[in-house]
Design a protein around this ligand. Structure first.
Ligand SMILES: CC(C)(COP(=O)(O)OP(=O)(O)OC[C@H]1O[C@@H](n2cnc3c(N)ncnc32)[C@H](O)[C@@H]1OP(=O)(O)O)[C@@H](O)C(=O)NCCC(=O)NCCS
Length: 281
């Protein structure tokens, strides 16, 4: 079928929602976020429209820093897959990011999502890092009485934590990236300094952690510095912290190295592999 690529308009939302509600077995986040993405002058929602001007595919492009573009939420209507829309939207998203100064564009997909992986590999993206997305259910039994556990770290810890992390196996395998939710970009010392200012930078004898509470009942770990030997203890400290904060869930994204995968599995995490792809501009 023939289609046209253009930027989304607010009136597209009601036509997109019906076919983006049940994309995955857990649902989809697109219907909730789409209106804000379309209104946001700093991001672009690219759509493909059919001959009747109906939107039948979308993707979201944004900049995560002055030079790093990010693409997410590629969705093609089930009746129109394999028509080249995914490729066309990717080209448009990359062009949008390049025009705004991006020198690299990245995206992430679950390792088991073969369609998405084949598609981005067909576009010459390089698989640059592999991550584990881990999830714990936090209940009354999750608290660990061992002391001292994770405590808020002062801003004066930032340099030491940064130096430790930036020469570590974790930074190397994670290509120096930090995960903000499902978006990855280069980490900077400012990430730690900002987290310290917001009370989200923690330290224990087992390492340092940046973790926040995007929703009251969910704690999210964004960044972590530790060693293979101390990782099990730091994970136990994190579970304890999540429990103290009253979270019902803790999510973690860490580079997928064998000792990380093992520590996560031993601590009872429910894990999935996520692949981050990069395209240099
Ligand atoms: C992933 C997705 C966006 C791909 O969009 P699409 O428009 O169907 O893909 P395209 O037509 O542009 O495919 C281009 C190439 O990618 C590869 N590809 C796409 N889907 C594929 C599949 N299911 N299996 C194997 N290869 C596939 C092929 O090389 C294809 O070229 P070909 O059709 O000439 O063989 C679409 O399958 C989709 O909406 N999936 C559900 C949502 C999702 O998983 N999004 C990605 C989240 S990270």
């Amino acid at each position: 079928m023939s289609f046209t690529v253009r930027m989304a308009r607010p009136e597209d939302v009601e036509q997109i929602v019906p076919w983006t509600t049940d994309t995955f077995d857990w649902g989809d986040y697109v219907p909730d976020r789409l209106p804000d993405w379309i209104e946001d002058p700093n991001s672009a929602v690219v759509v493909c429209v059919d001959e009747s001007e109906r939107p039948v595919a979308l993707t979201h492009a944004l900049l995560l820093s002055r030079t790093e573009g990010w693409l997410e939420a590629a969705r093609v209507h089930p009746d129109h897959k394999r028509s080249g829309m995914g490729l066309a939207m990717n080209h448009a998203g990359v062009a949008w990011a390049r025009e705004r100064g991006a020198m690299v564009v990245r995206l992430a997909t679950e390792a088991e999502n073969k369609a998405a992986r084949h598609q981005v590999e067909a576009l010459d993206y390089r698989k640059t890092s592999s991550w584990v997305h881990a999830r714990y259910e936090i209940g009354p039994g999750s608290a660990k009485p061992a002391e001292p556990g994770l405590r808020p770290a002062p801003r004066s810890d930032v340099d030491a934590a940064w130096m430790f992390w930036s020469t570590s196996n974790l930074a190397h395998h994670g290509r120096g990236l930090i995960a903000h939710g499902w978006r990855w970009r280069k980490a900077t010392p400012q990430d730690l300094a900002s987290a310290a200012g917001e009370g989200n930078f923690y330290q224990s004898p087992a390492g340092w952690v940046v973790a926040d509470l995007p929703e009251n009942d969910r704690m999210r770990m964004l960044w972590l510095a530790t060693t293979p030997e101390e990782a099990p203890r730091l994970l136990a400290d994190l579970i304890d912290l999540a429990s103290q904060k009253g979270a019902a869930e803790l999510t973690i994204k860490m580079p997928n190295v064998p000792w990380v995968a093992e520590a996560l599995s031993r601590s009872g995490a429910d894990s999935k592999e996520v692949v981050v792809y990069s395209f240099a501009l």
